[in-house]
Design a protein around this ligand. Structure first.
Ligand code: PMP
Length: 378
């Protein structure tokens, strides 16, 4: 078989989760909560199934959900997206990312990807015949080096892929970053794909600085959202893409042949649930408390926390414990010490290794306590 992606194997999330299961380790690797979603949301899904909303949804999404998303975006960021022409419901953020890349990247186009990068971007770019070029976040403060970023752009640049709040580092953008990005992109034809699936998980009162806040960036961006992280429902795989009409039209051409439409009763349930803004407005405080609790629990350990301003991941340096590469240390941590984490080196095309691991703190109190106990014993 002549593989189209010869270097791609099992994702690191499946690999570490399998290893955790095999060795009975506490799994802080894959990014999902070990607590349940809201009981009311489960009831709403059941209600819509019982009410017979079980056939195909409209191709671009259930109207009530698109309207609810438009209202949320207007309230939070003061920007108007037309539910009819600018909002598409997708099978998770993942499908939105796939469709956006496929819609705009032609063979030979260059795509700037900020690294460390969530693992799906580069393979999708290559499947479209595009060439990923990489802008590394600075270490250890994980900021975009805008001069280096500017140097990567050329007439071949078709797309820029950003992901803030950032997985795996927990970095966020500032409004000054948005201004700089707008200025850098002004003379180019580059489109932005902004993966903002963690938009509601930003700490320390910083507020989410996404593309939608900046009128110029908004005009050239696909903005990807997801209900997975917002409502503790990673298994339901419903997300969406916001983009101006012309970009949305192209995205929908891909979406309609990938999946045509998305799970109907769950879309109706999310539409109902979106009416209660508290459910997403409470998330920063909810996850900041978990971050702070996890940090307090590991304070006496030899791990060194890096700053985390958003998402539900905490990066911990381990250079005081070992000088093994991240992959080897992550495996040993799982097998010998019973805690699974993600080695961020796999998120760099050149496997850059800073001797840090990513720990997911979207976990119950008892899970965090048990994991911290093991980490402190090392
Ligand atoms: N982007 C990032 C940065 C993510 O961390 C994830 C989930 N781990 C996704 C996209 C995928 O979102 P979904 O589950 O909605 O497909």
């Amino acid at each position: 078989m002549h593989s189209k992606l010869p270097e791609v194997g099992l994702t690191i999330f499946s690999e570490m989760t399998n290893l955790a299961l095999q060795h009975g380790a506490i799994n802080l690797s894959q990014g999902f909560p070990d607590f349940d979603t809201h009981p009311e949301l489960k009831e709403l899904v059941a209600d819509h199934i019982r009410a017979g909303r079980n056939q195909y949804a409209p191709m671009h999404g259930v109207a009530a959900l698109r309207e609810g998303i438009a209202l949320k975006v207007l309230r939070l960021y003061g920007a108007g997206y037309d539910p009819e022409t600018d909002i598409t419901v997708t099978t998770g953020g993942t499908e939105a990312i796939y469709a956006a890349v496929t819609a705009v990247v032609h063979p030979g186009d260059e795509v700037v990807i900020v690294e460390p990068a969530y693992d799906c971007y580069a393979p999708i770019v290559r499947l479209s015949g595009g060439r990923p070029v990489y802008a590394k976040l600075t270490f250890p403060d994980y900021r975009i080096d805008w001069d280096a970023f500017r140097d990567l752009l050329s007439t071949r640049t078709r797309l820029v892929v950003l992901n803030f709040p950032h997985n795996p580092t927990g970095a966020v953008l500032s409004s000054a970053d948005l201004d700089t990005l707008a200025e850098i992109l002004r003379p180019t034809r580059a489109v932005v794909l902004s993966d903002e699936v963690y938009e509601h998980i930003v700490f320390d009162g910083l507020g989410h600085q996404g593309m939608i806040r900046h009128p110029e960036l908004r005009e050239r961006s696909f903005v990807v959202g997801s209900f997975a992280k917002t409502y503790h429902t990673t298994g339901w795989k419903v997300g969406y893409c916001l983009a101006p009409r012309a970009l949305t039209a192209e995205l929908r051409k891909i979406h309609q042949y990938m999946v045509f439409s998305v799970n109907t009763p769950i879309q109706h349930a999310y539409a109902d649930f979106l009416n209660d803004a508290r459910r997403y407005l409470e998330l920063p405080a909810f996850y900041q408390a978990k971050r702070d609790r996890f940090l307090e629990l590991i304070r006496e350990s030899r791990f060194r926390p890096l700053p985390c301003h958003g998402t539900y991941y905490q990066m911990l340096g381990y250079d005081a414990i070992s000088n093994e590469p991240e992959m080897a240390f992550a495996r040993r941590l799982t097998v010998d010490h019973g805690v699974a984490a993600i080695p961020p080196s796999v998120f760099y095309h050149d496997r850059d290794d800073h001797r840090v691991l990513r720990f997911c703190f979207a976990k119950k109190e008892e899970t965090l306590v048990a994991a911290a106990e093991r980490l402190c014993a090392i």
